[in-house]
Design a protein around this ligand. Structure first.
Ligand code: 13P
Ligand code: SF4
Length: 350
């Protein structure tokens, strides 16, 4: 639709519409967004920061959310009823969030109750649909982000003997392990075969049930890549996101949320070298921002989040133009029943 406009024209038009709408428009962007979007962001943040900021902003009529679908759903649930949340491209989803749907989860819950009775608490990473969040809210559980996973898993163990962690097995495993749960006490729930995968003999031993989901971006970092840095570029420190596999997290020097990665690199000594295991747009931006340090991706083939990258300048302009023309499209609206319980889960976390 905008193929005839140059990038400069599109940039100028976005600025123009932003000025026209003023405070009526709020434009949050996740750290993984492209620079062509981040340049317009009113605020950038990780999932936890964006969830909190969306809850605080009560001025804007329109929240044009530059991130993925589950984040826009959260923004809708935490914003005021009169605020309209727009996702510039509805195909900007999250493959991890799509790995747990509500039917699979309800089906799994029935089986898990048969195996473990009322001893399980469900926790879901915020990278999940509003329906999964609502499921957790209804069943005494809560949401988790990579910034507060340890606190939330500890909290879950204060409530119940064991927990079901959705949908990212790696964040669940890495967090539980850091809190002292041995790998032998963790089982995997396979939503396709609807079965528990557990190597041990005594089910009583299972303390953490990990949903078999993963992030297609972070799973691409490998121990071989780390070994290559150790052997050939030993001056590099390795820092990764806990959505990476357990082996990668253990082999790295540091691991933590997007916020942790940014803060660590920001405060690192000038002249230090960092190989970073997270999304490519963020790594490239860190390299530009902190040019006194050497910052590269741990994965030589780079690794964009393809769905995040669906939000681009033409889609942003299209959404903004729709607003001023009074034909708002791509509105994200979570139904009231789902919202009620999903907010319970979010509030328990916040
Ligand atoms: P955080 O923003 O919570 O670090 O999560 C990373 C991510 O993969 C977002 O989709
Ligand atoms: Fe989902 Fe991974 Fe992309 Fe984050 S980086 S939105 S978890 S696919």
């Amino acid at each position: 639709r905008y193929s005839k406009m140059s990038v400069e024209e599109m940039v100028a038009r976005v600025h123009e519409i932003k000025n026209l709408l003023g405070k009526r428009l709020f434009l949050p962007a996740h750290h993984y967004q492209k620079d062509e979007i981040v340049q317009f962001a009113d605020v950038t943040g990780d999932s936890l920061q964006l969830a909190k900021i969306s809850a605080e902003n009560k001025d804007a009529d329109y929240i044009v959310f530059c991130g993925v679908h589950f984040m826009a759903e959260t923004a809708d649930m935490l914003s005021a009823d009169n605020q309209i949340v727009i996702l510039p491209d509805l195909k900007a989803g999250c493959s991890m969030a799509d790995m747990a749907n509500i039917h699979q989860t309800e089906r799994a819950w029935i089986e898990l109750q048969k195996l473990f009775g009322d001893t399980i608490l469900p926790l879901t990473y915020v990278n999940s649909t509003a329906e999964i969040k609502a499921f957790c809210g209804k069943n005494g559980g809560a949401t988790v982000t990579s910034s507060n996973a340890k606190e939330m898993v500890s909290w879950a163990f204060d409530q119940k003997e064991r927990l079901l962690f959705l949908p990212d097995q790696h964040l669940g495993r890495n967090t539980a392990y850091d809190l002292g749960v041995p790998l032998e006490d963790m089982a995997i729930w396979d939503p396709i075969s609807n079965q528990l995968i557990f190597d041990g003999t005594n089910l009583e031993q299972v303390k953490v049930i990990l949903w078999k989901g993963h992030c297609s971006v972070h799973e691409k970092f490998t121990v071989d890549q780390i070994a290559d840095f150790r052997e050939n570029h030993s001056e590099f420190q390795i820092i990764v996101h806990p959505e990476c596999t357990h082996e990668v997290v253990r082999a790295s020097d540091l691991n933590g949320s997007t916020h942790f990665i940014i803060e660590t690199i920001k405060h690192a000594e000038p002249g230090t070298s960092w190989a970073v295991g997270t999304e490519m747009n963020l790594v490239n931006r860190l390299a530009q921002q902190f040019s006194d340090k050497k910052i590269v991706s741990l994965n030589p083939n780079l690794c964009p989040c393809l769905t995040m990258n669906r939000i681009d300048l033409p889609h942003l302009l299209w959404s903004l133009k729709n607003i001023i023309e009074g034909k708002v499209e791509n509105v994200i609206k979570v139904d009231e029943e789902t919202k009620k319980y999903a907010i319970t889960a979010l509030n328990r976390m916040m």
